[in-house]
Write a protein that binds this ligand. Structure first.
Ligand code: IFM
Length: 449
């Protein structure tokens, strides 16, 4: 039994464009870095692509009807920049914008609040060809795109997220090379992160100007860290990893600038030219810290950090072979208590007015049994433990006002292709058939209750 969540608490589900839509080049859409990346040999498990994905671009009405059955208050989806502005900065493609226009109308007709995210990693390839996020000009292109989309949808969509998970977009895309555009270069990754944050800050006032009654935020993925022991070397490693993974993004958004300890380390390791990050120009920090209405936090797992951990290695940081809560099929330890602790920390350290857990969920590959039912008890357990953790944080005074399950339906899990299933709805990728899992019915009951 989950209690103690405020009246008006918003229950939702989340997806993103490239992971579900398919039809990437329909109706005049341009190529994105993911369209290019998936066609590069060896980048995605099984050679999978998002060309069809869940075919949501063509089955949108059916999917919204299923969301209405689920009873969610909010649907968090992302907009494909390449549908709206195929080359990223030039002419607007009204046919692409129409899809999101219809999506917003269909959601509202079903009593579901639309929550568009402007950027969930699918940069127009034409912008990448000019240097991508490491280039400052990409900020201007994003601001133009934010202006176009918020003007078109802002009479009906009030709840906006600028970016989803800037750590992933910059570090997996430009440092680890595991995501598009597949670069491995600190001197690209750090400016990329900076320009993502700057484009967030610059677009907040534009969205506000275009959207009467707007509520605007950014979603940052958090990875709480725990030291492997009280040995000073482990403590130092943990503090560094926390800086790399969390503070480098949270601090600037809340007006603290980049954390000095991490600036010093990056400088000492030659990760930028000169004494200070050269990409951080006068006035940028003030723009990045534009006041927001809410902070989105995505949470999946925590990390135990030992001395010598390689910060480039996202997952391999000594989680221990058998964490008490077990692992999901991503190999991620199940650590719900770290979610309430992190929400409390965000509240204490940064004091956002409102927090929404904009993604939380688990990959388990349960499939329909002979009776057609998908018995995904492990997902139900994971979700209920994490929602309980959110309620614990709320009971400690954290202003958490919403929770969105990742994901509404099974979808394309980036470099892991279709090998991971996060959905409340099972998708048969051969036929497109949707089957609500037991977790769907459980979540529907929870929302009703
Ligand atoms: O599928 C991703 C999503 O795109 C962003 N957050 C984490 C999810 C699970 O890995």
């Amino acid at each position: 039994m989950i209690g103690r969540l405020a009246d008006g608490f918003s229950w939702g589900v989340a997806t993103s464009a490239y992971q579900i839509e398919g039809s990437p080049f329909s109706d005049g859409a341009g190529e994105s870095i993911w369209d290019r990346f998936v066609r590069t040999k060896g980048t995605v498990a099984g050679g999978d692509t998002g060309d069809i994905a869940c075919d949501h671009y063509r089955r949108m009405e059916e999917d919204v009807a299923l969301m209405a059955r689920l009873g969610v208050d909010t649907y968090s989806f992302s907009i494909a920049w390449t549908r709206v502005i195929p080359d990223g900065h030039g002419v607007v493609n009204s046919a692409g914008l129409d899809f999101y226009d219809r999506l917003v109308d269909t959601l509202l007709a079903n009593g579901i609040e639309p929550c568009p995210t402007l950027y969930h990693w699918d940069l127009p390839q034409a912008l990448q060809d000019r240097g991508g996020w490491p280039e400052r000009a990409t900020v201007d292109a994003f601001v133009h795109y934010a202006d176009v989309v918020s003007s078109a949808l802002g009479d009906r969509a009030k709840h906006w997220i600028t970016h989803n998970e800037p750590w992933v977009a910059s570090m997996l895309g430009y440092l680890e090379g595991a995501h598009a555009p597949g670069l491995r270069d600190w001197r690209a990754a750090l400016p990329a992160a900076h320009h993502l944050l700057l484009s967030h800050g610059r677009s907040v006032p534009i969205i506000r100007a275009n959207v009467p009654g707007a509520s605007v935020g950014i979603t940052i993925d958090c990875r709480p860290t725990v030291p492997a022991s009280s040995d000073p070397a482990d403590l130092a490693a943990q503090r560094h990893f926390d800086g790399f993974r969390n503070r480098w993004f949270f601090d600037p958004v809340f007006g603290r600038g980049y954390p000095e300890d991490i600036v010093a380390t990056y400088r000492d390791r030659g990760r930028f030219e000169g004494a200070r990050p050269p990409f951080d120009q006068q006035g940028d920090m003030a723009e990045i810290a534009a006041p927001i209405d809410f902070l989105g936090v995505n949470y999946y797992t925590s990390l135990t950090v030992a001395a010598g951990a390689d910060e480039i290695e996202d997952t391999g940081v000594a989680p221990g072979p058998n964490p008490p809560g077990g692992h999901t099929e991503m190999g991620w330890p199940i650590t719900p208590a770290a979610l309430s602790q992190f929400l409390k920390r965000v509240h204490d350290d940064y004091g956002p007015d409102r927090i929404i857990v904009t993604e939380n969920g688990a990959s388990f590959s349960d499939a329909p049994g002979p009776d057609g039912r998908v018995r995904d008890e492990r997902r139900i357990r994971y979700l209920s433990e994490h929602i309980e953790a959110v309620a614990d944080a709320a009971a400690q005074g954290v202003p958490v006002v919403g929770y969105y399950v990742w994901s509404f339906m099974d979808n394309f899990e980036w470099s892991l292709g279709y090998s991971q299933r996060f959905g409340l709805v099972f998708v048969d990728f051969a036929t497109g058939e949707r089957t609500p899992k037991d977790s769907f019915h459980w979540y529907a009951r929870l929302i009703r209750g």
